[in-house]
Design a protein around this ligand. Structure first.
Ligand code: DGL
Length: 267
């Protein structure tokens, strides 16, 4: 069989916790033969209310681990870590292709008919210079309503996507966006797609935008330049700095039976 280099490459992906798992299906669809290595920093989640220095330190540690496991490029599948640390990662690993994730404000502004777009994200993402620059670059025909969502990633991280706690946090954060008349809402944190059914319930008729597919397309473009890595290794490996069993259970539920899930403790 003729395997294209991108099909056999090895991609390191990480997030503060389970959130980045929401990006894996799009990555696999774009790069069906790639090996995916995933780190959930659940022992230190959530990142949303942490300081930048802490996130940079964690990101550098995790990146070094993923590269030591054979990753040829890195996907920062966390909006908060991208805002805080992607520049530091690029400086530390100038030869490693690096893809970050940012809230999809641009596609949301293009989509709105009412002229009111909501952005749900962590406080860290919304306060970051990177996000403020992204916002300043948008056309001004739409009002963009920023909704920090403290507690939301943590409630998702706990793993019960039907819990009363999660429903209450979703309702609390969605209410201002409903009152503002938003018809498009950006899921600006990779954890939030797991709560999409509850968010849809709280914001009926509102279009939800996430950037997993855009990130996967960009990753595939950069991966096309990589040489093939060892194809005999597992297609997916997961590590957690929290409870690997919990990460494995969450991943099995979300990714489904087509994925062979094994999760270990992050050394
Ligand atoms: N999943 C992360 C993001 O995309 C952050 C959640 C958190 O740890 O606060 O922003």
């Amino acid at each position: 069989m003729n395997v294209s280099p991108a099909a056999g490459c090895c991609i390191g992906v990480f997030d503060s916790g389970v959130g980045g798992l929401s990006v894996l299906p799009a990555l696999r669809a774009a790069l069906p033969g790639a090996r995916l290595l995933y780190v959930a920093d659940s022992g230190h989640a959530p990142y949303g209310e942490r300081g930048e220095a802490f996130i940079v330190e964690r990101a550098l540690h995790i990146a070094a681990f993923l590269l030591s496991q054979g990753a040829q490029m890195l996907v920062v599948a966390c909006n908060t870590a991208t805002a805080a640390a992607v520049e530091a990662l690029r400086q530390a690993h100038p030869q490693t292709p690096m893809v970050g994730i940012e809230p999809g404000v641009k596609p949301a502004v293009a989509l709105t008919r009412r002229g009111h777009v909501g952005v749900m994200a962590t406080s860290g993402t919304l306060a970051s210079r990177k996000f403020q620059r992204l916002l300043a670059a948008q056309p001004t025909h739409a009002a963009v309503h920023l909704q920090p969502c403290p507690g939301l990633a943590l409630a998702i991280e706990r793993g019960d996507l039907q819990s009363a706690e999660l429903r209450a946090v979703v309702r609390r954060h969605c209410a201002p966006l409903r009152e503002a008349g938003c018809d498009v809402v950006v899921l600006g944190c990779t954890h939030y797609p797991f709560a999409a059914p509850l968010i849809r319930e709280a914001l009926p008729g509102v279009a939800l935008v996430d950037t997993a597919e855009a990130v996967a397309r960009h990753t595939a473009t950069l991966a096309a330049r990589l040489p093939a890595s060892n194809l005999d290794l597992p297609a997916l490996q997961l590590w957690s700095s929290g409870d690997p069993a919990q990460l494995g259970a969450f991943a099995r539920r979300w990714l489904g039976p087509d994925w062979d899930v094994t999760a270990a403790a992050l050394p």
